[in-house]
Ligand binder design. Structure first.
Ligand SMILES: O=P(O)(O)OC[C@H]1O[C@H](O)[C@H](O)[C@@H](O)[C@@H]1O
Length: 507
């Protein structure tokens, strides 16, 4: 919501619900364009202060960057919810036809207000064209040697996918899977991972049974609101941690937006350290932040970070203040186009997703990585498990005794702590952001309680091992990580506390 010439204005995306990236892009694009300033598009109460910080819920804030609210705001909102006694509902708000672009004016109790319905895909395409070289991607997509498949899982990405991949970049209609947005996501679970993106996974040759059809060279999926992504090659899964590292390693050469360099890169704490190795080698500023996109936003606003990502399938850059699923796919297409710029025509074999990842591992080493989720665990038991792990941290020799008793073939634990983050921009401190056990060879075990699980508690266990030796980078990751998994489960007494002999989901 923003105020233009003193008239309040609400923006609504035509038909497409409004995906997260589009909302953020629109706020950044439109903020100031008509002399107005966006002030927190997601807060439902009206703004009274055109162009300045807004006072809603009795809280002053200024969120014209379109990003998630910082902790200082959500903490205050939570505090206020404890004293709210009543709230007004605009029950007789007139209906607005959100399928037609245009501005409609209404008279409200506090004066006139406008509702502007716009085509959010227009704004988004414009933004993407200012970042990527569409011509070179179009050349790649038009090559008969390159095949592609995009699964929107019936989320909002479908509307953007058709416009960008088919209309702008010339992909075949048949490249789009589940790209008609549906309110119930077609009965599926719109989570872009190997468990839920079943059709894409099968099409890419990663399903349990062979479809008998040659899979496409490049595949990708989005979640319901199009802010997350999964990247696949033919019969090949790219971990989100590797994906952000590979984008960062290739950004300067492959993506015009970054041609003058990267301001810095960042990852969430549980995300693998693949990005750290790239940052070190390219001499880039690097940040490790707690889980949650808002922490990246501060760095970006301060001009300290260009590319960032999370293990939870979010990847993005400072073009907006949210993760952006379609941006990530365009970033990969740009890298593929760049690597193949001299071989698109003719008979030369193209460099494909798996080649790029293996080349990356050969250069920077490989971070074997897996995440175990224990969903809907008894909240009290989950808390006890975490307390047990924190208590253990007081004696590293004792931890090592247990570790060696479980497996003598793993490195020693060198340190253990609870991750705490001091924001370098505003100095705020976030405590208890996950329990870490760090090993001498760079391996890590991380335990966190999910902040988004809906029933009981969700325990997330992240397991990572770094392998520099090029002759050992081609193993199956579950096999390579099995000693560390064994240690994590026994050290945490997972089964004892949760009663679970296996996780709900393994990524
Ligand atoms: O706390 P978790 O369940 O692990 O969820 C973590 C995720 O939550 C939200 O989706 C945030 O937007 C992500 O940035 C974050 O990675």
């Amino acid at each position: 919501m923003a105020a233009a010439n003193g008239v309040r204005r609400v923006w609504v995306g035509k038909n497409t619900l409004m995906s997260t990236p589009a909302v953020s892009a629109v706020i950044r694009e439109r903020s100031g364009a008509d002399g107005s300033k966006a002030t927190g598009a997601f807060i439902l109460t009206a703004s009274h202060n055109p162009g300045g910080p807004t006072e809603d819920f009795g809280i002053k804030y200024n969120m014209e960057n379109g990003g998630p609210a910082p902790e200082s705001i959500t903490d205050k909102i939570y505090e206020n919810t404890k004293t709210i006694k009543e709230y007004p509902i605009a029950a007789d708000l007139p209906n607005v036809d959100i399928s037609a672009v245009g501005v409609t004016s209404f008279e409200g109790p506090e004066g006139k207000f406008d509702v502007e319905v716009f085509d959010s895909a227009d704004d988004y395409v414009k933004l993407m064209k200012s970042i990527f070289d569409f011509e070179s991607i179009r050349k790649l997509l038009s090559s008969p040697k390159f095949t592609f498949c995009y699964d929107a899982l019936h989320g909002v990405a479908g509307a953007y996918a058709h416009r960008i991949f088919v209309e702008e970049l010339g992909a075949q209609e048949s490249a789009l899977l589940n790209c008609v947005p549906k309110e119930d996501f077609g009965g599926g679970h719109p989570d872009p991972n190997l468990t839920y993106a079943k059709e894409l996974v099968a099409r890419m040759g990663l399903g349990k049974s062979d479809t008998g059809v040659e899979p496409p060279e490049f595949g990708a999926a989005a979640d319901g609101d199009a802010d997350r992504n999964m990247i696949l090659g033919k019969r090949f899964f790219v971990t989100p941690s590797d994906s952000v590292a590979i984008i960062a390693a290739n950004a300067i050469g492959a993506i015009p937006y970054f041609s003058s360099g990267l301001k810095g890169v960042a990852r969430s704490m549980p995300t693998s350290a693949a990005l750290d190795v790239v940052a070190k080698s390219l001499n880039l500023k690097f940040f490790e932040v707690p889980t949650g996109w808002k922490f990246f936003g501060n760095l970006m606003d301060a001009g300290m970070c260009s590319v960032c990502g999370e293990e939870s399938f979010g990847t993005g850059s400072d073009h907006i203040r949210e993760k952006d699923g379609i941006w990530a796919v365009l970033a990969w297409m740009s890298i593929l186009a760049h690597k193949n710029k001299d071989s698109i025509d003719g008979d030369t074999k193209l460099v494909m997703v798996e080649d790029i990842v293996r080349q990356h591992w050969a250069t920077y080493g490989r971070h074997y990585y897996t995440r175990y989720d224990y969903e809907n665990v008894d909240a009290g038991k989950a808390k006890e498990l975490m307390e047990h792990l924190v208590k253990l941290q007081s004696s590293i020799p004792e931890v090592n005794k247990i570790v060696k008793g479980i497996r003598s073939d793993v490195a020693n634990v060198s340190s253990a702590d609870e991750f705490e983050y001091k924001d370098p921009v505003d100095g705020s401190i976030s405590k208890h952001q996950g329990i870490r056990y760090l090993f001498e060879d760079g391996s890590r075990l991380v335990f966190r309680l999910s902040g988004t699980g809906s029933e009981g508690a969700t325990i997330r266990l992240y397991i990572e091992q770094y392998e520099k030796d090029a002759s050992k980078i081609g193993r199956e990751s579950q096999e390579a990580l099995s000693p560390l998994v064994d240690i994590a489960l026994k050290l945490s007494k997972m089964e004892e506390f949760t009663g679970r002999s296996a996780p709900t989901v393994i990524t």
